[in-house]
Design a protein. Sequence first.
Length: 552
Amino acid sequence: MDWFKKKKRWDLETDVLALGTGAAGMTAALAAHGAGASVILLEKSRLVGGTTAVSGGVVWVPNNHHLAEVGVEDSRAEALAYVKRLTDGRTDDALVERFVDTAPAMVEWVEAETPLRFKALARYPDYHPEFPGGKAGGRSLDPGLFDANDLGPWKKSLRRSPVFGMTAMTVAEATDWGVFSKPLKLPFKLLGERYGKGLVCYGGALAGQLLKALLDRKIEPRLEHVARELVVEEGRVTGVRVEHQGQELFVRARRGVILASGGFEWNRALAAQFLGGVLTHPNSPPGNEGDGLKMAMAVGADLANMSEAWWCPSLVIPGEEYDGKQLHRGDFATRSLPHTIIVNRKGRRFVNEAQNYNDLMKAFFAFEPNAYERPNLPAWLIFDHAYLEKYALMTVMPGQPAPEWLTRADTLDELARIVGIDARGLGQTVDRFNGLAVEGVDPDFARGESLYDRFYGDPDHLPNANLGTLTKKPFYALEVHPGAIGTKGGARVNVDAQVLRVDGAPIPGLYAAGNVMAGVTGAGYPGAGSTIAAAMTFGYLAGRHAAATSGT
């Protein structure tokens, strides 16, 4: 800031400046522009889309206007009861109410202002559908497919998922086709044709259509512009110091700066400082290093929910890279399918393996005070050859030879010895589990009882879609790493997405949305797309409020 005081001039000026091109930043930019403000949108990386573009692209919106199309009834009261239960007391009720009340209107606005047309996923359950207010489907919205050719020269700048970036199926199709339980029955010819034509799906489709709407409004994101410092004049945030290709720029924002720069999961120092669990294998783009969080802290922002993340177990294929870093693949289904269990180094199960990824991961962080250790780290996915004959294992399709990087042995005792698991404990665990799998009931961890569990299971496997014996050699072990889609702690905001000081007063000119903002769902994860829905909703609120201010 001292440098700016000496320079006394701005290199660029606009009404509203948004930082980050995920769903939060692009929605904020569109909302601000739609409310009559001029907009500049900056992106740290060379690609557009942020964490959104590598996600499933689903948006979780209770009481949305598409529910009637799939015969689902919802209400404000049900949504509030459900979300408030999951926050675990970590979020102000006013923010939850603002989200529940605004998200449906935000979706209608997005459909009116962009190419996006959502479809309610009737069979995609909330993550705790049995809780009061939970639903068996309909709240998660599918963004459909998008023809990336519509972006023209910007097509090459759309971020692609390293996992499903070469596929082109809607979430509804993936569900109907049995992408997890029947991988060999996918229409590979059709998928290849779609990919060849330039169609993208999931988060790429959502990000692509938001980008198309921006380009239609002559708003071109400025790539490789790294925001470093907020400029504050007379107590108000008036701009940002930016680095671009070795040059320093000062960008003035007359009405507001909107932080939408993602979480801090790739910043090991911040993760160690704040998170309540161990995070070693993030699933998001490696550029999420807490830039926005640090800028907000530097101007006195209050923080909240800093110990939480959108937790997700990670699996690794050695040598796979994304943006120059080892790729960590989030595991959403492998552990839910029959013929698998997760055990700790004592060879014991410790969690319902089919539980939603966010809540499942928390069991990995259990602490044993006498030994002063986390007994469930490290942990391993254990499965038998029957699994590899039926289901996919990341890039390995059913019937393909087991890859060299996969640890195997003809006996459980030998497998335990190789990876460092207590052999006696593993043997006893598998013996008990096999009996439970035959009966089709898991009294130990209730695996397969929730509708959500069964959604990721094999519906043709009886008597339980999630339970299958481990009897067919060879046996396999794969370490399950602590991962996260992103962090969910950050700057505390009010119902207009204004960043707050510790005393509760807004910091004039500063807003936040997405994973740089303290997560509105607290400790919980209501359903598929909760991350993106909150990001878009508070981006929408931030953009509209900033555009309506008198500014400087």
